[in-house]
Design a protein around this ligand. Structure first.
Ligand code: NAD
Length: 294
């Protein structure tokens, strides 16, 4: 029996890399259902596999915001017991909170939170009745700690963390392992795809000068973090492979220790003020501008 794995968001980035890696496994241990919202974007995955679709791979349409599309995908894998579900589809939203439109916030939650909920709801009953299965969810460092100018994105990933931690407690007697993978910055299409305010747009122009200044500094910080510390997809795949392969995977695994000192500060000082201060200094620098005036 091959291990069957269904992955959402396989047209690019981590989903694409994971699907290609599993489908190309030398011992052909896996049957991969690589799903994507837009099948026209399936070319890159096939290119990674030498231009043709091996029998270890099936590409399916799946938009996590569309219940009909989820039902159709579930129909196609029915009969094949699903061993591993990877909820990976996700989008970003960056910018001062005042510039985030209602529509952008709703779209983000519809993909990142409700998309994961719907996907899990679709495949969970069969796993429960078999009393076996694994669910792996792409969370983020931003699901563990607040990050400046990513408030709504972090809110969606914090929600995903709460969702999964709560669910893991109930899934224990069913022998279903749930694992959250928290990546830091990874070189994918994520940065290009994320919604961000038009620098010349009216929301940005209406924004106070001080926040505009902080945002510019944040963008500079982001550039240097991505230049110096971002990981390649290949570097984060082992975390997913461990969650698929290990007998008893943990609830959380991080792909990087980049923000671990700040994360520990958040735990050791639960009132949160030390974290807020340290994160502010990390991103905007020590004592200079950007601080509130006394
Ligand atoms: P990516 O943009 O390359 O991949 C995200 C994928 O999700 C894309 O293929 C996109 O088409 C898909 N997607 C978007 N909306 C969808 C929908 N409605 N239905 C189905 N698929 C949809 O970025 P990535 O970095 O590979 O992101 C994968 C996951 O990793 C996301 O959940 C993201 O939040 C998380 N993550 C990324 C980073 C990073 O820096 N790249 C860091 C931490 C966490």
């Amino acid at each position: 029996h091959r291990t069957t794995v269904l992955i959402t968001g396989c047209s690019s980035g981590i989903g694409l890399g994971l699907a290609a890696r599993l489908a190309a496994d030398a011992t052909r241990r896996f049957k991969v259902y690589a799903t994507m919202r837009d099948l026209a974007k399936g070319e890159r995955l096939l290119q990674c596999l030498g231009g043709h679709c091996p029998d270890t791979l099936e590409v399916l349409q799946l938009d996590v915001t569309d219940p009909c599309s989820l039902a159709a995908a579930a129909q196609q894998v029915q009969g094949q017991r699903l061993d591993v579900l990877v909820c990976n589809a996700g989008v970003g939203l960056m910018g001062p909170l005042e510039t985030c439109s209602d529509q952008a916030m709703k779209t983000l939650f519809d993909v990142n939170l409700f998309g994961a909920v719907r996907t899990i709801q679709t495949f969970l009953p069969a796993m429960k009745s078999r009393r076996a299965g694994r669910i792996i969810v792409s969370s983020s460092i931003g699901g563990l700690q607040g990050l400046p100018f990513n408030a709504v994105y972090c809110a969606s990933k914090f929600a995903v963390e709460g969702l999964c931690e709560s669910l893991a407690i109930v899934l224990r007697p069913f022998n279903i392992h749930l694992t959250l993978v928290e990546c830091g910055p990874v070189h994918t299409s994520f940065q290009a795809n994320l919604q961000r305010p038009d620098p010349e747009g009216s929301e940005m122009r209406r924004l106070d000068a001080e926040t505009q200044g902080l945002y510019r500094r944040y963008l500079g910080h982001c550039q240097s973090i991505f230049r110096d510390a971002a990981q390649e997809v290949e570097e984060v795949l082992p975390v997913f492979l461990d969650a698929i392969g290990s007998p008893c995977p943990p609830l959380r695994c991080a792909s990087t220790q980049l923000l671990a000192p700040l994360w520990r500060l958040r735990l050791s000082s639960p009132d949160g003020s030390a974290y807020v201060r340290a994160m502010h200094d990390f991103v905007f620098g020590g004592s200079e501008a950007g601080r509130e005036q006394p």
